[in-house]
Design a protein around this ligand. Structure first.
Ligand code: NFS
Ligand code: SF4
Length: 641
C-alpha cells in the first residue's frame, strides 16, 4: 500500500486514508505499482517512432549510442520532446477552436443558447484583427472575428495575427529566428512531419520547431481561447468563493464538472439555477443542486460564477470516494480513466460528454453547443434521479474548505493597480523600479504522484511572496494555493515580504493572484506584454525581473506552456526535469545555450525552496541588468547554500 500524503490539504489526507481502509486503489497506489519506471523513458532516450525499433540508447556509454537508423540520443530526446509540445499545443488549441466555433454559432444562430457577454472585449479583440466596429451590429462583428480567428488555425499564408500582441522587440526576434508561427495547426503538423523517421535530426533545429509550435499555442490557440471565452462567458472579475471537497453537500444533489472547456460547464452552472430543476431535486428529497468543479473547468466557472472548486487533478478520485457525488461529468483533458473503476464502488454516475473523449463502459451523453441547454438539463436530471441511489452509510464528506478570491485578469489587474479612474500598469512598474517589489512570478501547473502532493506548489509560492515577489497562478497550482489559504488575502499577507505587503495593500490586491485556467496562462503573457508596454523595465519580456514555474508538472500541455514561456523570454523552472537527461547536449542547450537565442531558458530543481531561490536569483540578475535601485527591504532575502 502506498504511503500517506504528508503535505496535501486535510481533506485529501482524509479521503486518501479512507481509500486505503476500504482497499480502493487510487493514483498513488497505481504509481507505486509502476515502480521502478523505465529509465530510458525517463531520460528521453527510447524511440519507437518506426518499426525498425523500438530503440534505446545506453546512457552509460557501454551499449548502443544510436538507434537502428543511426539517430543518436540528442535527436531521439529532442524529437520526443517536441512531440510533447505538439500534443500540448493541440490540446489547448483544439479547445480554442471549439470556443471560436461557439462564437460563430452565436453570430449565425439567433436562437443560440450562448450570448455575447462582453461587448467591450469583442470590440477590443476585433481591433486586433482590423475588423471595423463602429456602429456595426455586435453579431456582425462576432461573425467577422470568428472567421478571422479560424484562419489563425489553418491559413496557408502569413503569420499569426494574435502573436503580434507580443512586444514589438519579441516579434522582431521571432521573425529573425524564423520561429514566428504561420498557423496554429500547421506548426503542429510540421512538428509531426519533422519528427517522422528520417527527417529532422539536428536537435537544435528540432527544438526551434518546438518553439514555433509552442508560440502558436500560447500566443495563438490559448490566447484565442481566453479572449473569446471572455467575450462569450464574460470577462472575470475578482470574487470570493470556496475550495476543497467540503464544498460537496450531504443534503444536495452534487454534480461535479471535470475537464476543461467552459462551453459545457458554464451552461451547467446557469441551468442548475433553474427553479424547475431545483424543485425537481426537492421532490426527490434533496435541498437543492450543488455544482462544483475539478481541474481547469473548475477555474473557468469559479472565475465567472463563483462556483466552488471541489479539487484539482489529484483529487478527482478522492471526490468520488466521498460517496456523495451523484454525477461527475467530463469533457476533455486530465480525466483519469481510473475514475471508471471507482464508480463501480459507489452510486456515482460518470458521464462523458465529448465525442473526442469517451471511456469504454461509461455512459455518454453527447454535448453539442447547438443543443447546450437541453443537454445540460438532461445531465442535471440524471443527477437528480441518481440522488436516491446514494448510500447514506457510505457518505463521508470531509468538512474542510478554504475561502479564496479568484477572477483576476490582465484587465482587472490593470484597473486595480491604476485605481478606479486611471487604468494603468504604472504603479506595478514603479513598485518594481523603486525596489518595493522584487519582481513577479507565474507559478502554475499540475500535480504529479512522482512528488509529495502540493509540497512544491505551496513551498515555492510562499518562498516567492516572502521575498517580495508578486505571484500569479493558474490551473491546478491555483487550486492548491486556494486549499492552503494562499488565495485568502489575510493568510497570504502573513507570508508576504514587507515590500510586497505595502504594494498590495496600496493597490488593493492580494499577494497571490488567481488568473484562471491553464489556457489562461495566455493572460500572464498579456500581463507581461503590458508591463513592457508601460515602460521603464526594458524593451522585451526577457528584460523583465520575472520567472515562471510548474513545480509539479505532469502533462504535455505543461511542456507546451513551459516552451512558450521560454520562447517569450522567461526563465522557467520545473522540479522534476523534462525527459532530456539522456542527452547532455540537449540538456545543456535547454538549460543554458537557448538563453542566448530567445532570452528564456529551462531550469530543473527538485527542492522547491531552492528552486524558488534560483528564480529569485534570476529576477535579481534582471534587476541588476536594468540598473534598478536596491530592494527597499533587502533583508527579506535569504539565499540557500
Ligand atoms: Ni493544466 Fe488543467 Fe491541472 Fe495540469 Fe490538467 S487540469 S490544463 S494540465 S493537471 S494544471
Ligand atoms: Fe529506432 Fe530510428 Fe526507428 Fe527511432 S526512428 S525507432 S531510433 S530506427
Amino acid at each position: 500500500m502506498a504511503k500517506e500524503l504528508h503535505y496535501a490539504d486535510e481533506a485529501s489526507k482524509k479521503m486518501f486514508k479512507k481509500a486505503q481502509e476500504d482497499n480502493i486503489d487510487t493514483i498513488w497506489e497505481r504509481y507505486e505499482k509502476m515502480q521502478p519506471q523505465c529509465g530510458f523513458g525517463l531520460m528521453g532516450i527510447c524511440c519507437r517512432i518506426c518499426s525498425m525499433g523500438p530503440c534505446r540508447i545506453d546512457p552509460f556509454g557501454d551499449g548502443p549510442q544510436t538507434g537502428v537508423c543511426g539517430a543518436n540520443a540528442d535527436t531521439i530526446a529532442a524529437r520526443n520532446l517536441i512531440r510533447m509540445i505538439a500534443a500540448g499545443a493541440a490540446a489547448h488549441s483544439d479547445h480554442g477552436r471549439d470556443i471560436v466555433n461557439t462564437l460563430l454559432l452565436i453570430a449565425q444562430d439567433p436562437t443560440s443558447d450562448y450570448q455575447l457577454k462582453d461587448i467591450d472585449k469583442l470590440k477590443q479583440v476585433a481591433a486586433i484583427y482590423n475588423i471595423k466596429t463602429g456602429n456595426r451590429e455586435n453579431k456582425d462583428i462576432a461573425l467577422d472575428l470568428a472567421k478571422e480567428a479560424l484562419k489563425e488555425f489553418g491559413q496557408q499564408e502569413g503569420t499569426l495575427v494574435m502573436a503580434k500582441q507580443a512586444p514589438p522587440a519579441r516579434v522582431k526576434l521571432w521573425e529573425e529566428l524564423s520561429i514566428m508561427p504561420r498557423a496554429i495547426d500547421r506548426e503542429i503538423v510540421e512538428t509531426m512531419h519533422r519528427t517522422h523517421m528520417g527527417v529532422d535530426t539536428d536537435y537544435k533545429n528540432i527544438i526551434k520547431q518546438g518553439l514555433r509550435t509552442a508560440i502558436g499555442d500560447g500566443w495563438g490557440g490559448s490566447m484565442i481561447a481566453t479572449d473569446l471565452s471572455d467575450i462569450i462567458f464574460g470577462t472575470p472579475n475578482p470574487l470570493r468563493s470556496q475550495a476543497n471537497l467540503g464544498v460537496l453537500k450531504k443534503d444536495m444533489v452534487n454534480i461535479i464538472v471535470h475537464g476543461h472547456e467552459p462551453t459545457l460547464s458554464d451552461i451547467i452552472a446557469i441551468v442548475s439555477q433553474d427553479e424547475k430543476l431545483i424543485n425537481k431535486a426537492k421532490e426527490k428529497g434533496a435541498k437543492g443542486i450543488q455544482i462544483a468543479g475539478i481541474c481547469c473547468t473548475a477555474n473557468e466557472i469559479l472565475m465567472r460564477h463563483g462556483i466552488p472548486v471541489a479539487g484539482n487533478f489529484l483529487q478527482q478520485e478522492l471526490a468520488l470516494l466521498t460517496g456523495a457525488v451523484d454525477v461527475m461529468l467530463t469533457d476533455v483533458q486530465c480525466i483519469m480513466p481510473g475514475l471508471r473503476s471507482l464508480t463501480n464502488c459507489f452510486h456515482t454516475k460518470l458521464l462523458t460528454t465529448s465525442p473526442k473523449a469517451k471511456i469504454e463502459g461509461v455512459e455518454h451523453i453527447e454535448f453539442h453547443e447547438d443543443k447546450a441547454v437541453s443537454t445540460a438539463t438532461t445531465i442535471i436530471e440524471t443527477a437528480i434521479e441518481n440522488f436516491k441511489n446514494r448510500d447514506a452509510k457510505r457518505v463521508v464528506i470531509p468538512t474542510d474548505t478554504e475561502g479564496l478570491i479568484a477572477g483576476f485578469t490582465s484587465e482587472s489587474v490593470f484597473t486595480f493597480l491604476g485605481g478606479k479612474y486611471r487604468a494603468t500598469y504604472r504603479p506595478l512598474n514603479d513598485a518594481v523600479i523603486s525596489g518595493r517589489l522584487r519582481g513577479a512570478a507565474g507559478v502554475i501547473g499540475c500535480s504529479n504522484p512522482n512528488m509529495e502532493f502540493e509540497e512544491a506548489h505551496i513551498k515555492m509560492v510562499i518562498e516567492l511572496i516572502k521575498n517580495d515577489t508578486l505571484v500569479v497562478t493558474t490551473g491546478c497550482n491555483a487550486i492548491s494555493c486556494a486549499k492552503h489559504g494562499l488565495l485568502k488575502p489575510e493568510t497570504a499577507f502573513k507570508h508576504a515580504g514587507k515590500g510586497l505587503q505595502e504594494i498590495c495593500r496600496a493597490v488593493g490586491i492580494p499577494p497571490v493572484l488567481h488568473v484562471g485556467s491553464c489556457v489562461d496562462n495566455s493572460r500572464i503573457l498579456t500581463i507581461l506584454a503590458n508591463i513592457v508596454a508601460e515602460g521603464g523595465l526594458g524593451n522585451d519580456i526577457s528584460d523583465l525581473p520575472v520567472a515562471g514555474a510548474a513545480p509539479e508538472w505532469m502533462s504535455e500541455k505543461a511542456v507546451a506552456i513551459g516552451f512558450y514561456f521560454v520562447a517569450s523570454g522567461v526563465y522557467t523552472m520545473i522540479c522534476q526535469p523534462l525527459a532530456v537527461m539522456g542527452s547532455k547536449n540537449l540538456y545543456d542547450y535547454l538549460t543554458d545555450g537557448i538563453e542566448a537565442e530567445v532570452g528564456g531558458k529551462w531550469a530543473f530543481e527538485l527542492n522547491p525552496v531552492k528552486a524558488a531561490h534560483m528564480m529569485l536569483d534570476h529576477i535579481d540578475k534582471k534587476r541588476k541588468a536594468l540598473k534598478l535601485k536596491p530592494l527597499v527591504y533587502e533583508q527579506a532575502y535569504k539565499p540557500v547554500e
